[in-house]
Design a protein around this ligand. Structure first.
Ligand code: RAM
Length: 928
């Protein structure tokens, strides 16, 4: 009996184990569904023709996708079996990213639901994914019934810095009644200016400075908010604070712009659906009321904010307020020429709070706080004050040797906030319609009877609200500091658009700076949508000029009608980089015409393939021959730089045409590139591969080699000359904005990685570590912006938060840690770290690729090299072990043997190259 029982028990356990392994065996459903540039379940979405992406699970049963099916429906109930909008049907394809939607065109406000399943490498189907959804915003101007409204603040004629007109911030409100139970409600809103909107006293969002910055005479972005829970049946109040922002502030300084961009206005449309199915729409129109007598007296992005608490208007955002003394607003019609389109990338938000300020000096009347990090955003101030007193809040990036503020580099930006107290006690204040670039904050005007406390000031860090996308770390403290400085430089300058700097009277969308930094930005932050949004602004800015000119900055508020080589090329280079990093072809499609027109701009200004256009050239190259402003352009001649970029852009246009299957263009632009390259070599290089110029520069060789502009034999000689130049500089940098980002790539291709390590780890000027040795916590505009010995660079153009030189970050990921995309979007990865034990014993990087998390992490201990790597599903990787002792190689604790997942591609005395399937592998090799 007992025996019989045991047998039964055994049989049961076999059954359960079988069941268990059966569920483990299941082909697990896809996850992390997104549309277009990585949006998860967006509302107010901008694109009626989205693409779909998903990720395969990490599982030993799922290596690759062999097919997929996407279903799209107007309601959840119809999925997966009755999709009424689109059914892709089973598609034999490994594509799991950026699959084009092919149903009928989606409409404004439409909400759709979608699901996806895949078949694995063995043609086993997964379960359906969770149901995701998205809802479109108002896609066309004709969707708007509202009018632009606001007060005429131009007529007050308040003049600020350099006599620029300043607009008093406005307070606008509208009371309305809803006679029914609310089912759902959407608030569509935007401004010519920047705004903060409230419903019944509650803030609608935590967005900072919406709607952000676009070329406003072409397009203004609109926001969509779900306000269902903020509405009441009965009386309601919409209340909007409105200030100049980019639209009507002196940042838009081009004369024509400034005269056009008059008083700020808002555009607002609240669409309510009631429980009984009826609808109601409340719009901005002549019935709105406004005042400029509120507490925010003045606000400018460069100059700061003035807040008078005596003018606070209690309850103005609620129904309990009498606005009969307020003025009626002026209205303006929507015009067709200015497109209203849903915002297509993340809004700016407060993404971190620095709470650890330290008091570095205090007098009876003022205190200086150190945030310990050069940052961008606003302070949160909690300070004791006396009624009627004015608190001044000043900022600076660094201090002068006597402890006072270094503000010369803010130039005309006043960057000062003021708060006037209405009563005694602790005030709480956060400026709303400005931002500052700072590490130090000085306050004066507080209640001097209270001794200062370091918690009086906190730093609200603000930038576009993208996610972190990668990490890099190593065994070297200064290299880690460099990584930190790079990421802080990015956070400080990706504030709705990519800017050169965040603190002085500039903060503009400089195209050259953006062009060099975008790959590094994409490694560190998920900026796919950020860049494609800005590229749309670039396209709109170009169309004004028939000749294909791309202005230096986008949006073009300088209006100089000039372009620069190395800057305008951003319109070709950035789409190409985005495509290679994400695999998203739509960015190439969207920008192809712009890129061609830009090459056309060179062509119309060219004689014998040498364009005679303007150039900032190798901007801020160290030790220029000429001093002063001219010296800013370095010693690589303008015509040289023009021709090199003309060739490079033509070459990339040919490659883009190839990807898009446009063979005629591919051939045409390749021939053009070849012709320019021949002319370039002829004009600028002698038969020994030497640059025909008295002054030799590193950058002249770098551009010629990296852009592939020389015949093979000339190239070999040019490489030697480059090495001579670097040697002459004792392994210091001799490069500015254009040469620096390509230096690591060129040396890497030449097999001169150890030399690159020496340059990167150089401590003395000009080098990356030099600024770190002088105390930098962000990237600087110049290699010598400041030194402990000599103080600040005497030029006022001296930003301490300028990301361009951080472009080396890409090489740190790709080569020091060893994680790179070998095929667009990481469909194939290269894991190929190159350790140099003179400097490092470990480095690692991880990146959230379109297929999932990938990582490469190595260390060296006691003559053993360890490499741990994660290869996401649906990709393959080329793993290069940088030591050739294959007999000493082990993987996951066993001596290496080829398997279905790991195949040797090549093995010699130097290295072992393995092709790996998805999975986690721990390699180990004794290289002695
Ligand atoms: C400066 C900007 C920018 C650079 C241009 C040429 O004013 O700060 O970094 O691209 O000049």
């Amino acid at each position: 009996m007992k025996h019989k029982f045991l047998v039964l028990k055994f049989a049961f356990s076999i059954f359960f184990i079988g069941m268990l392994s059966c569920t483990q065996d299941a082909v697990v459903k896809p996850n992390q569904l997104t549309i277009s540039e990585g949006f998860e379940n967006p509302m107010g979405f901008y694109n009626s023709k989205p693409t779909f992406s998903w990720k395969l699970p990490t599982s030993k049963h799922v290596k690759f996708q062999s097919a997929y099916q996407i279903v799209v429906a107007s309601s959840e109930d119809l999925l997966p079996n009755n999709p009424d909008i689109w059914d892709s049907k089973k598609q034999e394809s490994s594509q799991s990213t950026f699959v084009n939607y092919q149903g009928s065109e989606l409409q404004s406000r439409q909400k759709v639901y979608w699901q996806v399943k895949y078949w694995n490498q063995d043609n086993e189907p997964s379960e359906w994914s969770e149901i995701n959804h998205f809802e479109l915003g108002l896609l066309k101007n004709s969707d708007w019934k509202a009018h632009w409204v606001g007060l005429d603040t131009a007529k007050d004629s308040i003049k600020g810095v350099r006599n620029f007109l300043m607009h008093r911030p406005q307070y606008l409100r509208k009371e309305f009644e809803l006679n029914n139970q609310v089912e759902s409600a959407r608030l569509y809103i935007t401004a010519k200016g920047v705004f903060d909107v409230h419903l019944n006293g509650q803030g609608v969002s935590d967005d900072v400075l919406p709607p952000g910055w676009t070329p406003y005479s072409h397009r203004i972005e609109t926001l969509t908010y779900n306000v269902t829970n903020l509405l009441e049946s009965g009386q309601n109040t919409l209340a909007v604070e409105l200030a100049s922002g980019w639209h009507s502030g002196r940042i838009s300084r081009g004369k024509a712009l400034y005269e056009n961009f008059a008083s700020p206005k808002i555009l607002c449309q609240l669409e309510v659906t009631f429980k009984d199915g009826t609808k109601s729409t409340i719009v901005s129109d002549a019935s709105w009321k406004g005042t400029t007598n509120g507490p925010i007296r003045l606000a400018g992005l460069y100059d700061g904010e003035v807040y008078d608490a005596n003018l606070e208007m209690p309850k103005w955002k609620t129904n309990a307020f009498d606005d009969s003394s307020w003025k009626s607003v002026e209205t303006e019609n929507i015009v067709d020429s200015v497109k209203l389109e849903p915002k297509r990338h993340e809004t700016v938000k407060t993404t971190a709070v620095l709470e650890d300020a330290e008091i570095v000096s205090a007098t009876e009347s003022s205190v200086v706080f150190d945030m310990k990090q050069n940052m961008v955003g606003v302070p949160k101030v909690q300070v004791p004050m006396k009624k009627g007193d004015t608190l001044s809040i000043r900022f600076s990036e660094m201090l002068l040797s006597d402890g006072t503020f270094y503000t010369e580099n803010y130039r005309s930006a006043k960057s000062t906030d003021y708060y006037i107290a209405a009563q005694d006690g602790i005030i709480e204040y956060t400026p709303k319609f400005t931002f500052h670039g700072f590490q130090f904050v000085e306050i004066s005007g507080f209640d001097a009877s209270v001794s200062p406390n370091s918690n009086w000031i906190k730093g609200l860090v603000q930038h576009s609200d993208f996610e972190k996308n990668g990490t890099f770390t190593s065994s070297h403290k200064k290299l880690n500091q460099l990584q930190s400085n790079i990421t802080w430089g990015l956070r400080g300058n990706l504030l709705d658009i990519p800017t050169d700097c965040p603190q002085r009277d500039e903060r503009l969308g400089w195209t050259g700076d953006a062009q060099v930094i975008s790959p590094t930005a994409m490694f560190n932050y998920d900026t796919h949508a950020f860049w494609t949004a800005w590229l749309q602004s670039m396209r709109e800015t170009q169309t004004e000029h028939d000749d294909g000119l791309i202005p230096f900055i986008v949006p073009d508020v300088l209006q100089r009608n000039k372009a620069s080589s190395g800057w305008g090329d951003a319109c070709v280079i950035i789409p190409w980089d985005i495509y290679n990093i994400t695999g998203d072809k739509t960015v190439l499609e969207a920008n192809f015409e712009m890129a061609k027109k830009w090459v056309g701009y060179y062509q119309t200004n060219t004689k014998d393939y040498i364009p005679n256009t303007h150039s900032f050239a190798d901007w801020l190259q160290p030790y220029p021959e000429k001093d002063g402003k001219i010296g800013n352009r370095g010693d690589t001649p303008r015509l040289f730089v023009n021709t090199a970029y003309f060739a490079h852009s033509a070459h990339l246009v040919s490659k883009i045409a190839g990807v898009l299957g446009k063979t005629d263009d591919q051939k045409k632009y390749n021939a053009l590139y070849k012709a320019i390259a021949a002319a370039f070599e002829e004009k600028f290089f002698d038969e020994n591969g030497k640059f025909k110029n008295k002054k030799q520069t590193q950058t002249s060789y770098l551009l010629a080699i990296y852009f592939d502009l020389l015949k093979p034999e000339t190239k070999v000689n040019a490489q030697k000359h480059l090495l001579e130049e670097i040697k002459k500089a004792d392994n210091h940098l001799g490069t500015g904005f254009l040469g620096t980002p390509i230096l690591p790539k060129v040396l890497d291709d030449m097999g001169e990685i150890d030399l690159m390590y020496k340059i990167l780890f150089k401590e003395t000027y000009p080098s990356w570590f030099y600024s770190i040795n002088q105390g930098a916590t962000t990237m600087w505009e110049r290699w010598n912006s400041y030194s402990k010995a000599k103080g600040y660079n005497p030029q006022s153009m001296n930003s301490l938060n300028h990301y361009a030189y951080g472009a080396v970050g890409q090489w740190m990921y790709e080569r020091i840690a060893g994680l790179a995309a070998l095929e667009p979007g990481y469909k194939k990865l290269r894991i190929a770290p190159k350790p140099n034990t003179d400097f490092l014993t470990a480095a690692s990087a991880s990146v959230n690729t379109p297929y999932g998390e990938a990582s490469s992490s190595w260390k060296i201990e006691n003559g053993i090299f360890y490499l741990e790597t994660v290869i996401p599903p649906n990709t393959t990787a080329e793993v290069v072990i940088p030591y050739g002792k294959i007999d000493n190689l082990s993987v996951n604790g066993r001596l290496f043997e080829e398997s279905a997942n790991l195949k040797i591609e090549n093995s010699d005395a130097e290295l072992v190259k393995i092709i790996a399937n998805p999975g986690t592998y721990k390699f180990q090799i004794n290289y002695n």
